[in-house]
Design a protein around this ligand. Structure first.
Ligand code: CP
Length: 367
């Protein structure tokens, strides 16, 4: 089985720390010297395949490509594509490879961009797959942290809100797991706690310090970064449950009086109610700078992947014998394997006799 070429980009851990640092360096250079980059993608086309709504990610990818001198094609909802007639993700990726040089895909099913990467002959970027990952948002987050704090080590980061479904939170924890001396304060209602597999497989495995709490007020005074998140209505199975939890946290100027003067407030946006608009004028509010940083990091990412694609023929293979293929089924209804025709159920070993679906990363015991 192919897990996509290495010039595809599906999750944070596909890049080394050095590669991420290089992206930050390139993004900073783009900010300082935009004219150096404004023809770098002349003659190239980016296809934005968005099967789920987006303002920032889609438009920042498009702005990024235009600012690199390239062009953009694509669609912004599934109903605008032949997927609405039943076309598979695999076929869509093969078709778009005939028209474009690089793809950015957002899809509600977890693992869909990986399926696209397996079938496309051009680089594919995961622009968000269900509740699983949103790695390009994390690029925006880490550039913002770096520019605001001057470092990516020795930080105490509060993650507040929907830590269960918030894919940006999952990707940010992955990114920071490879930095030194990062402490997380996980602030959420009990119902929206961080999934156990991330605590065990990412945080505990990397000896990361973390505490869980439901109190935002009690947490603020010790934070370098406060990362607020929206409660993700679209991921809830029950509307009543969403209504009950949606306003669990609201950051106000009153609460900000207890926060350190150097603390940076981040939010991947869109915001609903969790940060009062009165906080926007606080110099610690960095979420609109974060939006801009996202565009610069996506420019750096497009440049890197197109550059690598020039030097690569074909796709990386993962050794078949390490994987289980069609010996069991992924039980996650949000996984792309529940929808895509002809897609094999493939699992990779996850230790202690367990396996993980390669698409959605849900863990299962064998048998
Ligand atoms: N942060 C983010 O992903 O926003 P959009 O859903 O608007 O792309």
């Amino acid at each position: 089985i192919s897990l996509g070429g290495y010039y595809n980009w599906n999750q944070l851990l596909d890049f080394s720390v050095e590669e991420l640092d290089k992206l930050i360096e390139t993004a900073n250079d783009i900010i300082e010297n935009p004219e150096k980059y404004n023809q770098r993608c002349k003659g190239k086309k980016l296809a934005t395949l968005f099967f789920e709504p987006s303002t920032r990610t889609r438009l920042s990818f498009e702005a990024a490509m235009y600012e690199l001198g390239g062009n953009v094609i694509g669609f912004s909802e599934a109903s605008g594509s032949s997927v609405s007639k039943g076309e598979s993700v695999a076929d869509t990726a093969k078709v778009i490879s005939c028209y474009a040089d690089i793809i950015a895909m957002r899809h509600p099913k977890e693992g869909a961009p990986l399926v696209a990467a397996q079938n496309a002959s051009i680089p594919v970027i995961n622009a968000g797959d269900g509740g699983h990952n949103h790695p390009t948002q994390t690029l925006a987050d880490i550039l913002t942290i770096y520019r605001e704090k001057g470092r990516l080590d020795n930080l105490t980061i509060g993650l507040c809100g929907d830590l269960k479904y918030g894919r940006t939170v999952h990707s940010l924890i992955e990114a920071m797991s490879r930095r030194k001396n990062i402490k997380f304060v996980l602030i959420s209602p009990d119902e929206l706690r961080l999934p156990g597999y991330i605590k065990k497989d990412v945080m505990e495995r990397n000896d990361m310090e973390f505490v869980e709490t439901s109190s935002l007020e009690d947490s603020l005074s010790g934070l370098d970064i406060l990362y607020m998140t929206r409660v993700q209505r679209e991921r809830f199975d029950s509307a009543e449950e969403y209504e009950r939890l949606k306003d669990s946290y609201i950051l106000t100027p009153e609460k900000m009086k207890n926060a350190p003067c150097g603390m940076a407030i981040l939010h991947p946006l869109p915001r609903v109610n969790e940060i009062s608009v009165d906080v926007d004028d606080d110099p610690r509010a960095c979420y609109f700078k974060q939006v801009k940083n996202g565009k610069f990091m996506r420019m750096a990412l497009i440049l890197k992947l197109l550059d690598e694609a020039k030097n690569v023929n074909g796709q990386n293979e993962i050794l078949e014998e390490k994987l289980l293929t069609n010996e069991m089924k992924c039980q996650n209804p949000k996984c792309i394997t529940s929808e895509e025709r002809g897609l094999k159920h493939v699992f990779k070993p996850a230790g202690e006799g367990t396996y993980r679906c390669v698409y959605c990363e849900q863990k299962v015991g064998r048998g």
